[in-house]
Design a protein around this ligand. Structure first.
Ligand SMILES: [Zn+2]
Length: 78
């Protein structure tokens, strides 16, 4: 994931999580604690997982809170 793709997704989503719809902090210092940042930081989510043949094209990518992304990850395993 390069910075350019990240910025494109960030702008397209208006800085909101693709999974829960809430705003994501743009940087570490937009949140009070490193632990909050760890959960709320924007992460890249593959809409179709790479293990299932998903690509790294923008069309298959979205930004989501790290915690939301982890939850989604759990559901794939279950
Ligand atoms: Zn979220």
């Amino acid at each position: 994931m390069n910075r350019e793709k990240f910025e494109s997704l960030w702008v397209a989503q208006g800085g909101r999580c693709a999974i829960c719809g809430e705003a994501m902090p743009a940087g570490r210092f937009d949140v009070p604690h490193a632990t909050v940042w760890k959960k709320k930081r924007p992460t890249v989510d593959h809409i179709r997982p790479r293990v299932k043949g998903g690509s790294d094209d923008l069309a298959n990518l979205q930004l989501a809170h790290a915690a939301c992304n982890w939850r989604k990850g759990d559901s794939w395993r279950g």
